[in-house]
Design a protein around this ligand. Sequence first.
Ligand code: CUA
Length: 273
Amino acid sequence: MNLKLAFLWPKVMEYFVFITICFSLTPKKAYQDAPEAWQMGFQDPATPVMQGIIDLHHDISFFMLVILVFVIWMLSRTLYHFREGNNPVPEKILHGTTIEIAWTIAPSLILVFIAIPSFALLYSMDEVVDPAVTVKAIGHQWYWSYEYSDYNQSDEESVAFDSYMIPEDDLSVGQLRLLDVDNRVVVPANLHIRLIITSADVLHSWAVPSLGIKCDAVPGRLNQVSMFIKRQGVFYGQCSELCGANHGFMPIVVEAVSLQDYVAWVANKLEEA
Ligand code: CUA
């Protein structure tokens, strides 16, 4: 290391320690419910399902880290001890029953330890708890439309609307480019909601990261997912199945509000109809 660098190094370290402390002491001001530039991790979870997904990711990452360290350690020892200089005449051993049993059993046990939480999460996601509200999302080229059939008086849809992305030129201050829409999906927070997802033309996919939902919209088929949003907020998502030229321009915005606000919103929509 040259002299200049040697002098600089403690300063650099000091800087990093300072930054780390600053970040850890800064209280979290707002939840992150939309993607951000250079994002590395998940968005903040707003449903128990997304919390479960994040926990499972951390669980599996732990196994990955242990395996990674073990494999690197074994590989370096092998390369070191069995290099030609150290070991000019190669061994002729072909079998080792003990080690073969060990290296078969150990990975299968690891897989079992990964499978248990994975299946628990999978089946909990499948659960449809008696829903308070049912929302139908229909994918179109290239926008989403929504129907709230709970409030129908006749065969006519009373609460139904289209949801288009706001074009770049029409954005107002604070709105997110390629993410904000003209009509948001308004749902109550802290209530079980059933989502019915389908498509009117080609395959689309209704996906909102912080809600932990990604469900294909298939023409001629109804897919069902349930969600329970733990907090009020505005959650951003995008169509996640390549559906044509404007695939990138049919975002999803879910607004979770209090029950009172939701009832008021529905009443307002019913009046419009
Ligand atoms: Cu709709 Cu991609």
